[in-house]
Design a protein around this ligand. Sequence first.
Ligand code: BG6
Length: 488
Amino acid sequence: MESMTFVLFGATGDLAKRKIYPALYNLFIDQKLPQSISIIGLGRRALSDAEFQNRVEQSIETFSRRVEHDYSKMGEFLNAFRYKVLDVTNTEDYGKLLDFVEQREEELHIPENRMFYLSVAPELFDGIALNIKESGLGSTTGWKRLIIEKPFGHDLESARDLNVKLSKAFEEEEIYRIDHYLGKPMVQNLEALAFANPVLQALWNNQYIANVQITASETVGVEERAAYYDGAGAIRDMVQNHMLQLLMMTAMHLPKQISANDIREEKRKVMESLRPLKKEDVGLHVIRGQYSAGEIHGQPAAGYTDEPGIEASSHNDTFVAARVRIDNPFWNGVPFYIRTGKRMKEKSTRIVIEFKDSLKELYRNRNEQTEPNLLIIEINPNENVSLQLNSKNPLNDGKMEPVRINFTSEQEGVPEAYERLIFDAIRGDSTFFAHWKEVELSWEWVQPILEAFEENLVPLHLYQAGSYGPEAAHHLLKEDGFKWWLDK
Ligand code: BG6
């Protein structure tokens, strides 16, 4: 792996502390970092290198999935870290940063391979990118890359605007947009599941599949993020990115080759085939919800509008369910349902594929009931794939009962999403990053929903904290003769 410089904007922030330092540390322990790496943390407050290294160490002690007790390793790791004060709007600071980056490159004999990770507020993305370009930091003889995190814009127009600005400083191939769902092992496994198994591949279409249900439910509420979340809602926070990425990964067709480009091409085709919603029709296919007071695991939970920082009049969506149609020959007639919400009964991210039950009648004539076959892909917190089949239970007079076959079990020591994604970015593998085209098409699909919510064209259904969301979300499936599976 090529030696490189890793420049981290927002080095004293929360994401750096919780995710980025532990990820770098675990990569280091697994010998997945380049032999020579210069890591330069940037922030507003003044810190010495020693103070900064101390913070990094603390964050590893607190948040890393493991800590090696061989202290020489920690010392070696921390030794790569330096800190500089930088005001992101001050062009002079970028000039000084360039000098320092070059100085370290010389000291460590590192070629001009530079990764810029913007772990800062999204309003700062374009300004920083421009300064990287104008200061000469981005004029390297090696490669340069930019890592950014959602939100990529606030709506279609602002997302396009941001992209135009970023593309003045970085080529599309140099931009790594993190969607941490794409770093989850089971999401990465979706491709293998569907394409490396002829048994499943043969069934992965509208001839055999009745519907697909993608759920990401959370038990947490708005937490301390009122300022951001109340202006974003579940639609921007989860649907525009994570939920549509899960949908793309499930619905994409077999690519010509298993390569970043071919996979992205297939994902793009899915997004291009999504049936667009008209603003006036949003209410027919999209359910908007907001949690009211209730109970989570026996503990009382406040309603959304009673949360700190939220106005009593807020109409913000903390829950969204939608019926999505994909107009292509593989998925015509197969509804994809997505559902996500805060303060729901359980934390669960999963995809349930319901197969058509074409033999139901055969057994109904014998007064026996079969359940549809289900392929259940659990992503979080458990990682598991199971298949639900019908089987006779000899202990129950040979009655037909659904049985589940589990394919995977929990494994220890699996790298976290940020480890995988940072490792991929270092290697220059962009398979599991969001391409601009996917982001733009997602915003295009979501835009009428944003407008319908904004203009209150869609009812806001309250649901009790600790429930599975508003009744209306159950009706959405009932209309098509289906139900959400696995709601207990
Ligand atoms: C983030 C959202 O992107 O994803 C959060 O901003 C949400 O609101 C989180 O809680 C969920 O991620 P995970 O990995 O816990 O499912």
